[in-house]
Write a protein that binds this ligand. Structure first.
Ligand SMILES: NC(=O)C1=CN([C@@H]2O[C@H](COP(=O)(O)OP(=O)(O)OC[C@H]3O[C@@H](n4cnc5c(N)ncnc54)[C@H](O)[C@@H]3O)[C@@H](O)[C@H]2O)C=CC1
Ligand SMILES: CC(=O)C(=O)O
Ligand SMILES: [Mg+2]
Length: 577
C-alpha cells in the first residue's frame, strides 16, 4: 500500500523512454540533480546543464523565487508549475516550509485558485468523471496507471465557503491530496484527486465560455445518487483497498452519502467528520488552557452558527463526547443552541428539509426561545462558553456579539471556522479587541497572533481539519480496518491536544504548530490504529504490532512515510513504483 521508507529507489519500466522524456516527466525529473551515472543511464547527459546541484540547494533557490512573488495566487501558480516539472522538489519545498506554504496550497489561496481554475489550469492532474461518462466510469479508472491508496473526491458543489464551483473544485481535491503527501507522508504516486462533474448551478460558470466542466445544471435525485454509486463501485473494483475522502459536497447530499457508505467502504467525509474531530481537539486543548481537564467539556455550553455539513457534524461529534464523559443524551443536547440563516432552530422549524436530519435532535423547545431568535439574543439567554461559526458569513460575529461573549466569560472560546479568510465570522484582531485579548481563539484559515497594548498576546490558532485528515487517513489505511468508526475519530481528536506542552496551554495555544504536521499525523495515526485494534477491526499482523506497544507502532507508522528526497532511478520490470 505505502512505500516503506527503505524502498529507496525509483523504478522505471524498461519500456519507458529515456532522454528528454525523463526530463518532461515530473515524477522522474530531477533537473540539475541527476548524478553522472544517472545522466548516462537515463540518456540525459548533455540535456541538462553540466553542474550538479543537490536537492537542498535547488530548494533554496526555488524558495527564494517563490518568496519574491507578491500575490499569493502567483505563489500558488509558481508552485503548480514546479509540481508540473518536478514533483519531488515541489513536495520537498512544501514539506520544509509547510507553515508558510499551507496558506498558499490550501486555504485561503486555494479558494482563489478554485475561483479562477478555468483560467489557471496548465496541465491536467487527477481524474474527472462527468455525467457524460455514465456507464464507463469503471473502465475509465484503468486510464490511471498507478495503484492508489487515497482518493479525495468532490462534486464541486460547496467549495470552502465559496459555493458551487463545479469542476473548478478540482483545486480543492488537489490541495488536500498535497497535504496528504506533505503532512501524512503519503507517496505522491499513490494519491488521486477527483472531481465528479455532475454539472453546476452557478450561472456565472454556465455563462463562462472558458468553463472546463460540462455546461449543464446539476444532476439531482436518484440520478445523482446512481452516479455516486457508479463511482464508488468503480473505485472498489479498481482499487479495493483505497480510502475515499469526500470533500466539499453540499450539505443536502453530504450526510446522505456518508450514511450510505460509511459501514461498507473505507471512507469519511472531511467536512463532517474531519472538522468535527479537529474542533473537539481544539475544545480539549481549550479545557487545558482554562487550567482543567478534557472532561470539563461537559461543563460547556455551545452556540453554533451554521447548520450545514460542518455544523451538524461538529455538534453530533461533541454530543458523543459529552455523553462519553457522563452526560445523558438529553442533557448533552441541551448544551447546544444551533442557529442557521433563519436564526435559532427550534421544533417550529421544518426539520424534515433535506440536510436537516442530523440537526433534528438539537432543535430547542419552543418554550426556551422563539424560533428564529437572533445570535445576540441567543447569547444573552444561553450564556455560552463557546461560540462557533460555520456559516460562511463574514462579520457575523459583530463587536457586540464578541463583547457579550467577553462579558459572560473570563476566557470565551471563539471559533470563526468558515473558510477561506474572506468568509471568517470575525478576524483575530476583532476577537482580541472586543475581549481585551482574553479569547481562546481558533479560526479555519490562518490569522496572525494579536499583540495587545499591554504586551499580552492573543494566540490566533488555526482550527482546520488539516490537523487530522492526513493522520486519520494514514491510521485507517495502516490499520487495514475496512471502515472508519466514530471511535477511531474520537481517538484522533484526543491525540492532537496531547501534543501540546503546559507552556503552550498557558499561552492560549490549542493546536500544535503546523510545522509539526508529520509528527501530528503520525501520532493521530497511532491513536487511530490503537482504537481500531480495540474495536477488533484489525487483522492479526497489525494486532501483533499494536500489542508490542506504542513505540513499535510509531516505528511502523514512520517507516511508511514518504520522504521528499531524490532516489536513484533504476530500470526494472518490477511493478514497485
Ligand atoms: N475549519 C474547518 O476545518 C472547516 C471549515 N468549514 C467551513 O464551514 C463553512 C460551512 O460549511 P457547510 O456546513 O458545508 O456549508 P453550508 O452552506 O451547508 O452551511 C452553512 C450554514 O450556515 C447557515 N447560515 C447562513 N447564514 C447564516 C447566518 N447569518 N447566521 C447563522 N447561520 C447562517 C446556513 O443556514 C447553513 O446552515 C464553510 O465556510 C467551510 O469552509 C468546513 C469544513 C471544515
Ligand atoms: C477546510 C475545509 O475542508 C473546508 O473549509 O471545507
Ligand atoms: Mg472541505
Amino acid at each position: 500500500m505505502h512505500r516503506r521508507a527503505t524502498d529507496d529507489v525509483v523504478v522505471m519500466h524498461p519500456d519507458t523512454s529515456r532522454g528528454i522524456e525523463v526530463l518532461h516527466n515530473p515524477v522522474y525529473n530531477k533537473g540539475t540533480s541527476f548524478t553522472a551515472s544517472e545522466r548516462e543511464r537515463l540518456g540525459v547527459r548533455g540535456l541538462v546543464p553540466p553542474r550538479f546541484f543537490p536537492i537542498g540547494q535547488q530548494a533554496t533557490k526555488i524558495w527564494a523565487q517563490n518568496q519574491s512573488l507578491e500575490r499569493p495566487l502567483d505563489k500558488w501558480q509558481h508552485l503548480q508549475d514546479l509540481k508540473d516539472r518536478n514533483e519531488t522538489l515541489f513536495y520537498r519545498l512544501v514539506h520544509d516550509h509547510i507553515e508558510e506554504l499551507a496558506p498558499i496550497i490550501y486555504t485561503p489561496t486555494v479558494g482563489d485558485a478554485c475561483l479562477n481554475f478555468s483560467k489557471l489550469l496548465r496541465r491536467a492532474r487527477g481524474m474527472y468523471f462527468s455525467v457524460d461518462d455514465r456507464g464507463d466510469i469503471n473502465s475509465m479508472m484503468f486510464n490511471w496507471k498507478r495503484s492508489v491508496s487515497v482518493i479525495v473526491v468532490t462534486d464541486g458543489s460547496r467549495i470552502l465557503g465559496l459555493g458551487d464551483l463545479g469542476t473548478n473544485g478540482m483545486g480543492i481535491s488537489q490541495g488536500k491530496v498535497d497535504l496528504y503527501v506533505a503532512g501524512g507522508g503519503f507517496d505522491p504516486q499513490h494519491v488521486l484527486p477527483v472531481v465528479l462533474d455532475v454539472g453546476t448551478n452557478n450561472e456565472d460558470l454556465l455563462n463562462d465560455p472558458y468553463y472546463l466542466g460540462v455546461p449543464r445544471k446539476r444532476l439531482e435525485g436518484e440520478e445523482y445518487y446512481a452516479f455516486i454509486e457508479e463511482f464508488i463501485r468503480g473505485v472498489r473494483n479498481r482499487w479495493p483497498n483505497a480510502l475515499i475522502q469526500f470533500e466539499d459536497f453540499q450539505t443536502k447530499h453530504a450526510n446522505k452519502i456518508l450514511q450510505r457508505y460509511r459501514n461498507d467502504v473505507l471512507c469519511f467525509n472531511d467536512d463532517i467528520q474531519g472538522t468535527a474531530a479537529v474542533v473537539l481537539a481544539g475544545l480539549y486543548g481549550a479545557m487545558k488552557c482554562l487550567g482543567g481537564h478534557r472532561k470539563d467539556i461537559v461543563k460547556q455550553t455551545f452556540v453554533m452558527c451554521g447548520a450545514g455539513s460542518a455544523g451538524s457534524g461538529i455538534a453530533s461529534f461533541i454530543h458523543q463526547a459529552l455523553v462519553a464523559n457522563g452526560l445523558s443524551e438529553d442533557e448533552a443536547y441541551q448544551r447546544f443552541y444551533i442557529i442557521d440563516k433563519d436564526g435559532l432552530i427550534t421544533h417550529d422549524r421544518n426539520l424534515d428539509a433535506p440536510g436537516m436530519e442530523p440537526i433534528r435532535p438539537f432543535a430547542r423547545a419552543r418554550s426556551d426561545l422563539p424560533d428564529g431568535t437572533r445570535l445576540l439574543d441567543v447569547i444573552e439567554k444561553a450564556r455560552p462558553t463557546t461560540l462557533m461559526g460555520v456559516s460562511t458569513v463574514s462579520g457575523l460575529f459583530t463587536r457586540e456579539v464578541l463583547q457579550k461573549m467577553g462579558e459572560i466569560n473570563e476566557r470565551p472560546i471563539i471559533m470563526p471556522l468558515s473558510n477561506p479568510t474572506s468568509r471568517a465570522e470575525c478576524t483575530a484582531q476583532q476577537a482580541a479587541e472586543a475581549t481585551g485579548g482574553r479569547a481562546i481563539f481558533s479560526a479555519g484559515s490562518p490569522f496572525e497572533d494579536v499583540e495587545m497594548p499591554n504586551g499580552h498576546v492573543m494566540k490566533a490558532n488555526q482550527g482546520n481539519n488539516f490537523y487530522v485528515f492526513p493522520g486519520v487517513g494514514l491510521g485507517a489505511l495502516l490499520s487495514k480496518s475496512s471502515v472508519i468508526s466514530d471511535g477511531m475519530l474520537q481517538a484522533a481528536a484526543m491525540a492532537v491536544p496531547a501534543m501540546l506542552t503546559r507552556e503552550q496551554h498557558e499561552s492560549g495555544t490549542i493546536f500544535p504548530r503546523i510545522n509539526r504536521i508529520r509528527d501530528i499525523s503520525a501520532y493521530v495515526a497511532i491513536k487511530v490504529i490503537e482504537a481500531a485494534a480495540r474495536e477488533g477491526r484489525v487483522p492479526e499482523d497489525i494486532r501483533k504490532i499494536v500489542s508490542k506497544g506504542e513505540e513499535a507502532l510509531r516505528e511502523y507508522v514512520y517507516s511508511t512515510m514518504w520522504i521528499p528526497n531524490y532516489r536513484p532511478t533504476v530500470f526494472s520490470c518490477s511493478s514497485r513504483k
